[in-house]
Design a protein around this ligand. Structure first.
Ligand code: GUN
Ligand code: FE
Length: 433
């Protein structure tokens, strides 16, 4: 089909700054051009070099005072929790009982699920997030509603039905067998359809019996390229509870390990209280952890030790964890990530930050051959960030002398207001204003 070109400043990551140093970690074109054809990146480079090579009549869309980056990747979020963001006064286990479980109960109603899926995807795209790893509810129709809404917009998304057969209200529980059968049905219906992937989704160890975890592990091994998505070591009381429920296991991660739930495409949200041995095991198995700073602060869960977890070679992505998290914006997540690391004597420079929100997330999800940066052949999921989003952002960025300073200030001050336009597979899926 007809190519289209987008002209703006352009920045994307090529590697983890931790592995190659800041200079080699990214590619930047002050006056850049992104050429998109058939939903994929055809070419990327300096406008002056590429413009003369375009076929006659190619449309060139210009964005002055803007920065094109890859779409953001959210490695942990709950679509049925939009209704509980900003719920007052509790930490994890009380928060689940008081706010979250009652709200998730409403998703037995397909009409409600459809409405919420639309609201949720609208918010993700308004915030520049083009791929997310998403929790549904225990109801299989919650996942149908979500995937239907994603399919309409041709988004690369991963989701699954929650498995939960104990320690939850009756209206939200399945059984080991029904959870297995319902998940299987959803996998057959959705996994690999368009740009969609299925994730086997045990909520967390306390809400599944060993029988359910055994069947989850069996399912995870039965289909190629499935994901496994759960929570781990978010809150100290939760960690103690897991020890009581599974006294025969070495620790929290060992519960998942024992049931065949770790390895490539396994993503564990939080990991705030992991021990060294658990980090080592996550690293050697190619598992990933989702760092969810706004949630860890809001729920008072603790401070994620990025240096330690990465030091064991674990893949780390960034997550919002809405509704425990307080914003859909990955810029807002990075702002809070910076502060979480500051409190531990660690730094988060702007390039590492961009890496976590884009290519690092893609690597955590084993999707870096398709998304995460704008190299030719990648799917054209990108965002246009507005350097003049607000008077403050405009002024502060005008004071910055280097790209690094400018990007850092944008990530500290920016949120959905800084997202001018969002593209998925080369098609505009959100435009501000
Ligand atoms: N642990 C188990 N369920 C949840 C949830 O819904 N949100 C968060 N943040 N942690 C959990
Ligand atoms: Fe969560």
């Amino acid at each position: 089909s007809q190519a289209k070109a987008y002209r703006a400043a352009l920045l994307h990551c090529l590697a983890d700054p931790r592995d190659v140093g800041i200079e080699q970690s990214h590619e930047y074109f002050e006056d850049g051009l992104l050429v998109v054809e058939d939903g994929r990146v055809a070419r990327v480079g300096h406008a002056a070099e590429l413009l003369p090579t375009l076929a006659a009549g190619t449309e060139v869309i210009e964005y002055p005072d803007a920065l094109i980056t890859p779409g953001f990747i959210d490695t942990h979020i709950h679509y049925p929790q939009v209704g509980v963001i900003g719920s007052y006064g509790t930490q994890l286990l009380d928060w689940l009982e008081t706010y979250t479980f009652p709200n998730e109960g409403r998703f037995s109603d397909m009409a409600h699920a459809r409405e919420q899926a639309e609201l949720f995807l609208g918010e993700l795209l308004r915030n520049g997030t083009t791929t997310a790893l998403v929790f549904g509810t225990v109801h299989k129709q919650s996942v149908d509603a979500f995937f239907e809404a994603c399919e309409k917009r041709n988004l690369r998304m991963i989701a699954g039905k929650v498995l939960m057969d104990r320690n939850a209200p009756e209206f939200l529980t399945d059984t080991a067998e029904s959870g297995y059968a319902d998940s299987r049905e959803l996998i057959e219906r959705w996994h690999g359809k368009g740009r969609l992937h299925y994730a086997v989704t045990p909520r967390f160890a306390p809400t599944s019996t060993p029988e359910q975890l055994t069947l989850a592990g069996k399912l995870f091994a039965e289909f190629p390229d499935l994901y496994m998505h759960t929570h781990i070591s978010e809150n100290k009381q939760e960690v103690e509870w897991v020890k009581e429920l599974f006294p025969e296991r070495k620790g929290y991660l060992d519960v998942y390990d024992h049931h065949g739930l770790i390895g490539p495409r396994s993503v564990f949200a939080h990991g705030v209280h992991l021990c060294d041995e658990e980090c080592r095991r996550l690293g050697e198995t190619g598992s990933a952890v989702s760092f969810c700073p706004t949630s860890n602060l809001f729920l008072g869960s603790g401070l994620f030790d990025l240096a330690k977890v990465e030091g064991f070679g674990v893949r780390v992505g960034l997550g919002t964890d809405v509704g425990g998290g307080t914003s859909f914006s990955q810029l807002a997540s990075l702002n809070e990530a910076y502060k979480v690391l500051q409190l531990q004597g660690q730094k988060l420079d702007a390039f590492k930050a961009l890496y976590l929100a884009t290519l690092g997330g893609a690597r955590a999800l084993y999707l870096d051959d398709r998304i995460g940066n704008l190299q030719p052949g990648k799917e054209a999921d990108f965002v246009v960030l507005d350097y003049k989003a607000t008077p403050l952002i405009d002024y502060r960025l005008s004071q910055a002398t280097t790209l690094q300073e400018k990007l850092f200030a944008l990530m500290i001050l920016g949120d959905d207001r800084a997202v001018k336009e969002t593209y998925a597979a080369g098609v505009s899926v959100h435009r501000k204003g």
